[in-house]
Structures are given as structure tokens and as C-alpha cells.
Design a protein around this ligand. Structure first.
Ligand code: ADP
Ligand code: MG
Length: 342
């Protein structure tokens, strides 16, 4: 009998690194940024204006990213919102998108609601649908979004600097709180669910914030898989460490009323919030606070960029105590399609 030896399952990021990511040195010099950031950047400069096309693809699969029978209007909204969020994380302005969709059968009523939800958010962000592909198959929605950004200012994950403040927009954790209730990990009252479920089903891409951060922030990432896991991409690519005051991370009133352990799990590891986590030099603190007022959006400082540390980041609680290494490592495990149990 041929038994294969047990091996560690490959993680999502390990497999991309090993099988798909290759050096760009010998390819087209127009490619400014390849695999590894929220978007790729392709140069498309006009005369004196350094410009780039920002490109990102995200896929939603029934049973994996959303439950069978999900509201088609919300699904249309979310499918584009999560892609726009990647543009926001580069500071890019939406240009257009393409849609590849597979569905088991063509139902006019479902399609009407789906396209209404999709095209409403597309109109809102002036990001028209310009092409795609349609086929029969298990319900899968794949969107590629295109945007434009001045690439000398684009918010790249690799550009965090020592001493930068670390900021987060809005509040985080509500989408995970809603998901936990749906999965029956915990109970929420109908009133609590009504408050947190929209964060999971109808996220807001922080496009204007991303644009306004150009020239102010050094690095940014959108929180799609878990705040600490997503932040760790910035730290690894910038070869720096971080100190995070975990109880300072802003959360909704509904989440604040939950047990502390659940609050921490939702704020540190919860995905699907689509807020922006960014780093910026101290000199811009006042500017960022004014920006928060201008946009009517909370921007909260949650930590600071430090020299690299073996544990990648140091987590501090409310009283300034460092969290035990094992607990910190646990919170660093963000969502991974091939490692996280669903
Ligand atoms: P995000 O959470 O911002 O959408 P991902 O975590 O999905 O980003 O992907 C991480 C990086 O790997 C991105 O730069 C993405 O473009 C790239 N990537 C993901 N899957 C593939 C693939 N199959 N082939 C090439 N690049 C990929
Ligand atoms: Mg992203």
C-alpha cells in the first residue's frame, strides 16, 4: 500500500508564495507592484503625472463566503464592496470592474435583486461594470476591480516606518460577532443582531479615507481576514514590529457589552469588517484627527511601529501589561482558507 506521509497543510499565503509568486525582475517594467499587496500596480503615467492602474480580484463562493439562500441584493453589494475595499487600501480611485459569475440556474427574480444591489454600489462609487463572463455552475461571484492612483504615494504594505503610529478606522469586530451568532457560537438578542448584522452583510469600503490618506499615511491594509493577521502583512513586508494596545481598539457599544474574551476575539481576529488599518508618522496626528472630523469617521490610534520583535508584535492590555506569548500568538492567527476550520 502506498501511504503518503502526513504533512502540514499548506496555508493560503504559503501556497501563493510557493506556486504563484515569482520575481518580476525580468518581466514588463510597467509592472510596478505584483503579488502580495491589496492591489497590483501597473504604470500608466500621462505626461507629468505619475499614475498607475490598481487591480484587485476577490471571489465569493456559496457555502464558503456566504450561506446558501443569502439575500441576493446584499450579495451584489458585498461582492463589489470587498473589491473596492482593496482599492481603498491603496488609496486608489475606482475606475471600473468586471464580473465573472457562475450560477446553478438563471432565475430572473434572483438576478434582478443581485444586479440591483451590485449596480447601486457601482453607481455610488462611479465604478461601472465593463465586462465579465457568465456560466452555469455552483454559485460563485468573482470580481476584478480597476482603479487609478499616483503610484509615488500609493499606500503599500511594505512602507511602514519605525515610530509610525498605527491607526484603525471606524470600529472592528461586529461582523465576527454577527457570524458567531449565526454559527451558534453564542447568543445575541434580535435587537443586537439587527445592529451588528449589517456590518457582515453590507460592508462600506473606505474609498474616500484611502484617497485622503495619500501623502499622509505610509502603509495600509483593509481588514478582511482579522485585524492582527492583516496588520502582520504590513509588519512582515516592512520588516518592522509593533506594539498594540488591544483594549484601545474601537468597538461598537453592542460588542463592548460582551465578555472581554469575546470582545478580544472579535476585534483582534474577526474578519469582514473592511476598515482600514494604516500607519503614519507622528507629525500627522493632528491632520488625521481633523480628517476624522471631516469624514465623520472615527480614526483611532491603536499602537506604534517598533523595531522587529521575534513575536512580530507585542500586545498590551488596559493596564500596560504584556499579554502572555501563547495568547498573543493565538490572536495573530487570522482567517486562512486552508487552515481555519469553518
Ligand atoms: P486581500 O485579502 O487583500 O484580497 P489576499 O489575501 O486575497 O489579498 O491575497 C494576498 C495577495 O496574493 C494579493 O496580492 C493577491 O493578489 C495575491 N493572490 C491571491 N491569490 C492569487 C493567485 N491565485 N495567483 C496570484 N496571486 C494571488
Ligand atoms: Mg485587502
Amino acid at each position: 500500500m502506498n501511504e503518503r506521509p502526513e504533512t502540514n497543510p499548506l496555508g493560503e499565503f504559503d501556497l501563493i508564495e510557493r506556486f504563484f509568486k515569482r520575481p518580476l525582475s525580468n518581466s514588463n517594467p510597467q509592472i510596478l507592484l505584483g503579488i502580495g499587496d491589496d492591489c497590483a500596480l501597473i504604470s500608466c503615467s500621462a505626461k507629468d503625472q505619475p499614475g498607475a492602474l490598481a487591480i484587485s480580484t476577490d471571489m465569493l463562493i456559496e457555502g464558503r463566503h456566504f450561506l446558501p439562500g443569502a439575500d441576493p441584493g446584499l450579495l451584489g453589494h458585498k461582492a463589489l464592496a470587498v473589491n473596492l475595499s482593496d482599492l481603498a487600501a491603496m488609496g486608489a480611485t475606482p475606475t471600473a470592474f468586471t464580473l465573472a459569475i457562475a450560477m446553478p440556474e438563471a432565475k430572473a427574480e434572483w438576478l434582478e435583486d443581485f444586479s440591483n444591489g451590485l449596480l447601486k454600489i457601482a453607481n455610488h462609487y462611479h465604478c461601472p461594470l465593463i465586462g465579465g463572463d457568465t456560466t452555469a455552475g455552483p454559485l460563485t461571484i468573482s470580481i476584478t476591480v480597476f482603479g487609478r492612483v499616483n503610484h509615488t504615494q500609493a499606500l503599500q504594505r511594505s512602507n511602514a516606518q519605525l515610530g509610525d503610529d498605527i491607526w484603525i478606522s471606524g470600529t472592528v469586530g461586529d461582523a465576527r460577532l454577527a457570524l458567531g451568532a449565526i454559527r451558534q457560537e453564542w447568543l445575541l438578542t434580535p435587537a443586537e443582531m439587527a445592529l451588528v448584522a449589517p456590518r457582515m452583510h453590507a460592508p462600506t469600503p473606505r474609498i474616500v479615507l484611502g484617497q485622503k490618506l495619500l501623502g499622509i499615511a505610509h502603509a495600509a491594509v483593509d481588514v478582511s481576514d482579522g485585524l492582527l493577521g492583516d496588520l502582520s502583512h504590513i509588519l512582515k513586508m516592512s520588516q518592522v514590529g509593533a506594539e498594540i494596545e488591544i483594549d484601545q481598539i474601537p468597538r461598537s457599544d453592542t460588542l463592548s457589552e460582551q465578555a472581554l474574551e469575546r470582545q478580544r476575539l472579535c476585534t483582534l481576529m474577526g474578519g469582514d469588517d473592511y476598515e482600514l488599518c494604516f500607519t503614519a508618522p507622528r507629525v500627522h496626528r493632528k491632520t488625521i484627527q481633523s480628517l476624522a472630523k471631516e469624514l465623520d469617521l472615527n480614526l483611532t490610534k491603536i499602537g506604534v511601529i517598533t523595531p522587529p520583535t521575534p513575536s512580530l508584535m507585542i500586545l498590551l492590555d488596559d493596564s500596560g501589561q504584556i499579554l502572555p506569548a501563547e495568547e498573543s500568538q493565538h490572536y495573530l492567527n487570522s482567517f486562512d482558507h486552508f487552515k481555519t476550520a469553518t
